[in-house]
Structures are given as C-alpha cells and as structure tokens.
Design a protein. Structure first.
Length: 367
C-alpha cells in the first residue's frame, strides 16, 4: 500500500486500473498498488485527464467544477479576480469553484455589432483586439456604414468597433470641410473661333453625404465636369473682344449654371473664379501691337494739345503787349534782367536805340 496526502487548495482524483473512481478532498489516504491518484491545484483551470463528460457523472466532482461551454462563432472573456486573464474560443472549459473568483462574458462574434457589456479598454486589450475591427471618423468628416454591401447608417465623428468575422464591413468617408477644386488648362474656342486657355478655381463643401456617396459615383469628378461644361457654354457664347469686356459676369453665370448639378451631388458651391486667360502666341503679339499703337496715339494727342496750348498762350501774350505799352516796357526790363544774369559787365551804346534793337531781337515783327 501507499500513502497520498491531499493538501489545502488541492483535489485528488482516484483511478483504479485507469478507470475513474472518486474525488478526494484535503486529507491523508492509503491506496493499493493498482490505484493511482492525480492531484490538481484548485487555483488553476482544470485540465481533465480523461473525457470530461465521464468525470462529470460523479455528482461530487460536478458540484466542485464550474463548466464553461463556448459555441462556434463565440468567444468567452475570462476574468480572474476582476482582471482579464484569457479569451477562449469554441470548446468546453472547467474551473474549480471556491478558491478563485471567476467571471465569464460570452460574445457572439458571428454578428457585426458589439452588444455585449464590454468596455472600450477591453476591446483594445491585446487578447481581445484580434477579434475586433475599428474605424475612426474625424470631427471634420462624415461617414456611411455598409454591411455586406448594404447601407446601414450615417456615422458621426467618433471611434466605432465591430466584431471581426466573415461579414464585409465598409465605411465610406468624405471631408466635410470647404475644399478647393482646380480647373486648369481648359482650351476653349470663342464665338469668333479664337482659341483660349483658361485656368479657374472653385470652392465647395459636401453637405449631403447620402447624395454624394450613395446616389453618385465619384461626386468630385462629376462636379469637375459640370464646371467644365458651364465654362465652355459661357465662353462659346461670345466673341473674343466681347468676352474680355464681360469677363466680370462669368462668375455669376457659372455659379447659377452649376447650382442644380451641385445640389444633385449633395454639394454646396461657395465660390468660383478665373485665375488666368492665356492667349495664343499670334493673338498675344497682335494685341501687344494694338496696345503700343494706342499708347503712341495717346502720346501724340497729348503733345498736340500741349503745342496748341503753348501757341495759344503766345498769341494771347502778343495781343496784350500790342495793346498795352506798359507791358512792352515790363517785357523789355525782363529781357535786360535775363541778359544781366548771364554777364558780369555790359556796355551800352547806340545813340539811345538799344531798346529798339532788343525789341527787334526778342519780339518778332508782325506783318
């Protein structure tokens, strides 16, 4: 015979010739040579040495064990003394009662939505994270949720979690902030067949995400094409010179033309403008020549006006001097003063006819 002692926090299982007999609690026991005893620590999960269903036929052992059954498409979160200890997949698990506080939360991961009472911090735990998928929607974004290709709901800003499985989950997001669209290199013919290259810009904002993502494909591309067509419609309606005169009216026309298409796309257009109108080389050269000719003509006109004004002033002065002898004397004194400024000494001769000689020099005789 042999003696076996079962200590505190232990349980013994007796087998005779390999067949389970009974359970032993704390104590000292004697056994025959054909009997064996296996000892188990009741603070740890119970790993059955034989088929668990056979052992559970013993009422005493069944009462001492806590059995957890996890089905297919399920997981079980195992908490030990309030702390997450493990995550179990499909299977049958047994634990000893009494020594340790166990808690289990079973979750059906065959569905998408997480309805179980599981905290976000637990979902991010390294043991649980492999079973979870998440999506973040920023404060400036709008999003729509598709499950198996079907629209489910609009998502506001925040972080969303779903169970990871074979069900397809897709989140479509758009930037809800004001965005700028560049419309560059638009080669358009005017009404009189002048080829122009136009660079423009537009500012827009997505206001209805259902229209933008559910009812339309590539809403931004469609908006770009709508601006192209509206721009071509306006430019093609005018000749080149008329277009340059009415270029200020293009923005109101484009905004009004685009409004209906933008609403159908779930978009609000906030602005539009022309950045550049680029002319072909030959047209640009002709316009430069016209501009130079116009500037020359303006300069000639100004010079003629100045000459005419100067001539008119001289004529008026001559008439006044002819009619007023005092003005003649003042003019004579002015000439003498100008001459004196130029020389240091002056000798006067000529028998008193100096004034008449100076008048002949500086004042032309009128016929």
């Amino acid at each position: 015979m042999k003696n076996v002692k079962v200590t505190a926090y232990q349980v013994g299982l007796v087998f005779k010739n390999g067949v389970y007999q009974r359970m032993l609690n704390k104590g000292s026991y004697w056994f025959w040579s054909n009997e064996t005893v296996q000892l188990f620590d009741i603070t740890k999960p119970f790993n059955a040495p034989v088929e668990l269903n056979i052992l559970l036929k013993d009422a005493a052992l069944a009462e001492a064990l806590l059995v957890l059954d996890v089905k297919d498409n399920e997981i079980a979160l195992h908490y030990k003394n309030g702390l997450l200890e493990a995550v179990f997949g499909a299977g049958r698990y047994a634990f000893w009662k009494g020594a340790v506080e166990y808690k289990f939360i079973k979750a059906d991961i065959g569905k998408v939505e997480i309805t179980e009472p599981v905290d976000r911090t637990v979902l991010l735990h390294r043991l649980v994270a492999p079973f979870v998928r998440s999506v973040s929607v920023e404060s400036f974004e709008k999003a729509v949720l598709f499950v198996d290709g079907k629209f489910v709901q609009i998502l506001q800003s925040g972080v969303y979690y779903w169970w990871k499985n074979s069900i397809a989950v897709h989140v479509g997001k758009v930037d809800a902030r004001q965005q700028q669209l560049e419309i560059n290199g638009q080669e358009i013919l005017t009404k009189d067949k002048a080829a122009l290259r136009i660079n423009a810009w537009a500012q827009y904002q997505v206001t209805d995400i259902e229209k933008a993502l559910l009812q339309n494909k590539e809403y931004d591309r469609q908006l770009y094409v709508a601006f192209q067509l509206a721009l071509r419609e306006y430019v093609a309606g005018f000749g080149f010179d008329e277009l340059l005169e009415k270029k200020e009216a293009i923005t109101p026309f484009i905004l009004q033309s685009i409004q209906k298409n933008a609403e159908a796309l779930g978009i609000l257009v906030n602005g539009f403008g022309i950045r550049d109108i680029i002319l072909p080389g030959d047209v640009k050269e002709i316009m430069n020549q016209v501009l130079i000719a116009e500037k020359k003509a303006q300069a000639n006109t100004i010079m003629r006006r100045e000459e005419t004004a100067c001539t008119r002033s001289l004529l008026n002065t001559a008439r006044l001097m002819e009619e007023n002898a005092m003005l003649w004397k003042l003019k004579e004194m002015e000439y003498v003063e100008k001459i004196a400024d130029k020389i240091s000494n002056i000798s006067v001769s000529g028998n008193g006819v100096l004034i008449e000689q100076l008048k002949d020099i500086f004042v032309p005789n009128k016929q």
